[in-house]
Write a protein that binds this ligand. Sequence first.
Ligand SMILES: [Zn+2]
Ligand SMILES: [Zn+2]
Length: 145
Amino acid sequence: MSMPRCGVADIINDYVGQADLILGFYRGEHGDGSAFDGPGGALAHAFPPTTGRLHFDADEIWSDSSYRVRSNQVDLVGIAMHEIGHLLGLDHSRDELAIMFPGIAKGQFKRSLSFDDRDGLFTLYADNNILQLGGRVNYYNLFLC
Ligand SMILES: [Zn+2]
Ligand SMILES: [Zn+2]
C-alpha cells in the first residue's frame, strides 16, 4: 500500500491495474474523445467493462451529502449510481423516477432504485444467480447503496 494521502491509504493507485471499475474527475478534453463542457451540460460518462471507466466533470459543483443537495449542486452519489448502472449494462429508462432516467437537475436528490431500475438489473443478472440469496432470488432487496 502506498503512503497515506490526507490520512487515507492510497489503495486506488495500488490496485488500479486489477480494478474492473476506475473512477475519476476530469476537466475539459481528457484523452478519451468525450471532452467535458464545463459547468452544466454533461456531468459524467462511463465506458462499460471491459473498459470500466467512470469519469465525472470536475467543473461541476458536486455534493456528497447523504441527506440533501443544494440548488446549485449536483448529487455525486445519484450520478454515480446512474453511471454505474451503465457499467452494469443498463440503458436509459423513460421512467422519470428511475436512476437510469437520462437527466438530473441541479439540486435533485435521487438515491432510490425504481421498479424499472430493479427490473433491468433483475433481467440482466438474476438468470446468472448473482442475486440469489438462500436459494431464491431476493428481488426486493436489491440496492446499490
Ligand atoms: Zn472521460
Ligand atoms: Zn446515462
